[in-house]
Design a protein around this ligand. Structure first.
Ligand SMILES: [Zn+2]
Length: 471
């Protein structure tokens, strides 16, 4: 809308008519009028053309201040009244025409600003975000972490591109992208706040340089394609944003480890009582984490196994977790488990104490909700050491490789005397004499940075696209 006003201001200042400018830009006068009134959004490529016709460029057009204070207020009021938050209040809008006094305009805009700020704060609190996350996890649990409709989309895509089996190589990913009308391009200057950026106008997916991080560029490319294939719209709230994240990750995993091939491998392994995450990892040339997570998608639905999965830091803090086998993750009052610390005696933490971090470690653990057998590996990343852990209840261990382990451990958590409180004599000796300074996880305390895509710097993204789409 702001851009529309600027276009009109520039056009009038240059003394040019709608039809004159529209013709020069190759569009109809009525289309230009719609853009100027903010009734329709112009693509960046068209904005570039229009800016050129009006003797400026897109960067300047985007950076231009509104022509006057009054115009700025009118734009702001119109925009505020169009928001779904305002519409949901069912308050009649005010037409910001010339008859509206500037004083009243100022006051209305001030009220809208205050309202937006309160709503943004309320929506973006970590508590809300955690609640949305907990709800989503509950749904995944009900589905046994299996999304049949995404499996179907992935299988159809693989068939359409002539995939016959084996690992999904980068060239298969390129073919998939091509089939969907996209090109993949690596770029050294992706915005800091993004993993990939998709140019929907020119159908290019920008990926980081392969050496820039631990991410496999195949997953990143498939994540980006997932948004398109699954018909995602701009997320309306944080829970939709989270759901989209889950769906694109599922989409990528269902292509990297196709259901049919993985099932034939896993069913044979189950028949031989020799299921191992490592075999899935090696057969599809993916990370242990991808294989472990994918195993949880298929285990309940197709193999009749209950499972749990965890990725935790060396400090024991949960980054990702899923269970449908009754294992009791530590949980805060909102039902969130990310950021909580798991029991010191669980496999996922004991694995860090092993002298050899290169191989998987297995252990039986007695907990308040039963005995579980788990296998874990340590993952070295730029952010430090993490462990990835997959486990099954005792009744299902007969299908798993590594069940012969004699390692055993007992956890009484959430009883604080299990491992959360120091032993009594130690506590007595140091009573009142220890003062640690905590490492604060600021991302857990801060509200999500506001914006359409939480945490994404939209200015960076658009200037990036602009830079790269210039002819
Ligand atoms: Zn414990």
């Amino acid at each position: 809308m702001t851009i529309g006003r600027r276009l009109r201001h520039l056009r009038k200042a240059a003394g040019r008519t709608l039809s004159d400018v529209a013709e020069a830009a190759g569009i109809s006068p009525s289309a230009l009028s719609l853009f100027e009134n903010g009734k329709r959004e112009a693509k960046l490529s068209l904005l570039t053309t229009l800016a050129g016709v009006l003797g400026t460029n897109l960067g300047e057009l985007l950076a231009m201040a509104p022509p006057s204070r009054r115009a700025a207020l009118e734009i702001e009021l119109e925009r505020a009244q169009r928001s779904s938050a305002f519409k949901s209040l069912d308050i009649p809008p005010v037409k910001p025409g010339p008859r509206l006094q500037t004083e009243a305009l100022e006051s209305l805009v001030g009220l809208h600003r205050a309202l937006a700020r309160i709503q943004a704060e309320r929506q973006a609190t970590p508590e809300q975000a955690r609640r949305a996350n907990a709800e989503l996890r509950e749904e995944m649990r009900r589905r046994g972490n299996y999304f049949g409709e995404i499996e179907k989309v992935a299988a159809d895509l693989l068939t359409a591109t002539g995939y016959e089996g084996g690992p999904i190589t980068r060239s298969v990913v390129d073919r998939l992208a091509g089939h969907l009308g996209f090109r993949l391009r690596h770029s050294a200057d992706l915005p800091q706040s993004t993993r990939t950026v998709t140019d929907l106008a020119n159908r290019i997916i920008y990926l980081p340089q392969p050496d820039a991080g631990q991410h496999d560029s195949r997953s990143l490319a498939l994540n980006a394609l997932g948004h398109v294939v699954l018909g995602h719209e701009v997320p309306q709230d944080y829970s939709e944003f989270l759901r989209q994240r889950v769906e694109i990750n599922y989409f990528a995993a269902s292509l990297l480890i196709p259901e049919r091939g993985a099932l034939s491998l896993l069913r044979k392994a189950k028949a031989a009582k020799d299921i191992a995450i490592e075999d899935l990892r090696d057969a599809y040339a993916v990370s242990y984490e991808t294989a472990a997570h994918r195993f949880t998608n298929l285990a309940t639905r197709h193999l009749d196994l209950s499972v749990h999965f965890m990725r935790i830091s060396k400090a024991g803090v949960i980054y990702k977790a899923y269970e449908n086998d009754g294992v009791q993750f530590p949980m805060d009052a909102t039902g969130a488990i990310e950021g909580q610390r798991v029991c010191r005696y669980w496999t996922a933490r004991v694995v860090f104490d092993r002298p050899d971090l290169s191989s998987a470690y297995q252990q039986y653990t007695d907990t308040k909700s039963g005995t579980y057998w788990c296998t874990a590996i340590v993952d070295r990343t730029a952010q430090g050491l993490f462990s990835v852990n997959v486990g099954v209840p005792y009744a299902d261990v007969k299908w798993m490789r590594g069940r012969e382990t004699t390692a055993r451990s007992k956890s009484r958590c959430p009883d604080p005397t299990c491992c959360a409180l120091p032993p009594g004599d130690l506590a007595d000796r140091w009573e009142g004499m220890a003062w640690p300074s905590a490492r604060v996880h600021s991302h857990l305390l801060a509200a999500m940075p506001p914006g359409v895509f939480p945490g994404v710097d939209q200015v960076e993204v658009l200037t990036f696209l602009e830079r790269h789409s210039a002819p």
